[in-house]
Ligand binder design. Structure first.
Ligand code: UD1
Ligand code: CA
Length: 456
């Protein structure tokens, strides 16, 4: 049988992150590094996927409690080395097939690269290697005169001649299960670090006449690990550059591919244009011809074709139909649902509200827990008073109504179809449809009034 299982090593502490969060839970592109590695593993439809956990084990386990696909956790209570870590996973692995070893802190490996590694005979060993100008710190690949891989020597155990070798072990390796248990049982910790090195299985494979293939990684970043925040930030930039390039290649216009951050999934239709310094989080979908101005944040948002978002707008969990105009300086909060051609202007906040087609809220307003009909015009400085300090209430404004500037709508309250509300009104009861409702003190002028004068 030619099935593949995956073991992901994630027991290390990540001391140099100086963080309470286990290293593999640190986010890259908005998702824990380990989530990315698990996705990569699941893409191989493995027979089994085992994550070896140790430091922060419960936190890591909890973070992936509802992961799709096969997933098991193996606890490594003491970090005695990479060979020991794989040994902890053995009870979960099938007796046949192959095991691919990945690392929870090596988050940017691509599926194609693993496919090339797995494109080797199933009863042999394949190692992902790299060649570095400065190989310091890595295990070196030792080859014989015929160029065949013989063994791996760790930096701390290497002779000066071995240290000069520039071909390194990325750590990613695929091994036949029929041999794995036996090789792991033979490992010892008689080395400079007193650890059970997984890398020692390479020498054992050669001894047993099992061929070891070296597959070169196409880009060093695909095998780059994260040990500190510097490396995390470096890989974040690489991930973002890769995502930006993919968008450009798909025809999206980016004002500057170095100034976009996608922390999740961004789907774009045709002729989408995105200005500088925008952040996309979670699932964002932009229809054909959508234009996003500079400095916008969009999280879990869907914008239909032709919608434009002007500078400095913040949109979260909102659903917007076609041809809407939003911003600049607009805020859509969770539950904002805007119909076609709705206009939301500057310093307007919309929360948990439905605005039907053509409705306009153009200036300085708060619309919360409201149902607003088609073509309603909400004047500047209007507020839905939706909260009495304990409960929230809804405001209903029916189609075609006109709300004068500075109106307070004390919910629950309804403004009827085609109604007009005079500016500065405080509405505490229904405004009938088709009528003008004014709810403010009557204006008076005192003709004989005199200004006070300063007493001497
Ligand atoms: C390892 C390789 C080295 C390779 C390098 C690539 C060994 C002996 N050496 O060295 O050849 O060039 O990776 O980065 O394998 N881990 C556990 N349990 C343990 C030990 C480690 O889960 O007991 C995990 C760590 O959390 C880490 C990974 O395994 O994610 C690698 O361990 P690390 O100690 O960083 O190995 P290196 O010394 O870098
Ligand atoms: Ca390492």
């Amino acid at each position: 049988m030619n099935s593949v299982s995956v073991v992901i090593l994630a027991a290390g502490r990540g001391k140099r992150m100086y963080s309470n969060l286990p290293k593999v839970l640190h986010p890259l592109g908005g998702r824990p590094m380990l989530a990315r590695v698990l996705d990569l593993a699941q893409a191989l439809t493995p027979a089994q996927c085992v994550v070896v956990i140790g430091h922060g084990a419960e936190q890591v386990r909890a973070a992936f409690a509802s992961q799709p696909g096969p997933l098991a956790f193996a606890l490594q209570t003491e970090q005695l080395g990479t060979g020991h870590a794989v040994k902890m996973a053995l009870p979960h692995l099938p007796a046949d097939g192959r095991t691919l070893v990945l690392y929870g802190d090596v988050p940017l490996t691509e599926a194609d690269t693993l496919a090339r590694l797995l494109d080797t005979p199933a009863d042999q060993v394949a190692l992902l290697t790299d060649t570095l100008v400065n190989p310091t710190g890595y295990g070196r690949i030792v080859r014989n005169a015929q160029g065949q891989i013989q063994r791996i020597v760790e930096e701390k155990d290497a002779s000066p001649a071995e240290k000069a070798l520039q071909e390194i072990n990325t750590g990613i390796v695929v091994l036949p299960n029929a041999r794995l248990a036996g090789w792991l049982a033979e490992l010892n910790n008689g080395n400079a670090q007193g650890e059970y090195y997984l890398t020692d299985v390479i020498g054992l494979a050669v001894r047993d006449g099992v061929a070891v293939h070296g597959v070169a990684v196409p880009d060093s970043w695909q095998a780059a690990g994260v040990n500190n925040k510097v490396q995390l930030a470096e890989l974040e930039r690489i991930l973002q550059a890769n995502q930006a390039r993919a968008l450009l290649e798909a025809g999206v216009t980016l004002a500057d591919p170095a100034r976009i951050d996608i922390r999740g999934q961004l789907q774009c239709g045709q002729d989408v244009s995105i200005d500088v310094n925008c952040v996309f989080e979670g699932q964002v979908s932009l229809g054909d011809g959508v234009v996003i101005g500079p400095h916008c944040v969009l999280k879990n948002v869907s914008l239909a074709a032709g919608t434009q978002v002007a500078a400095f707008s913040h949109l979260e969990s909102a659903d917007v139909a076609a041809d809407a105009r939003i911003g600049p300086f607009a805020r859509l909060r969770p539950g904002a649902r805007l119909g076609e051609a709705v206009h939301i202007g500057n310093f307007v906040e919309i929360k948990n509200s439905v605005l039907a087609a053509g409705a306009k809220v153009n200036h300085l307003s708060y619309v919360g827990d409201a149902d607003i009909g088609a073509k309603v015009n909400v004047g500047a400085g209007t507020i839905t008073c939706n909260y009495d300090g304990v409960n929230k209430f809804r405001t209903t404004i029916e189609a075609g109504a006109f709300i004068g500037s500075g109106t307070m709508l004390v919910a629950p309250v309804t403004v009827g179809e085609g109604a007009t509300v005079g500016a500065g009104s405080v509405l505490t009861k229904a405004a009938p449809s088709g009528q003008l409702t004014v709810a403010r003190a009557k204006q008076i002028s005192l003709s004989h009034w005199q200004r006070p004068v300063k007493r001497s």
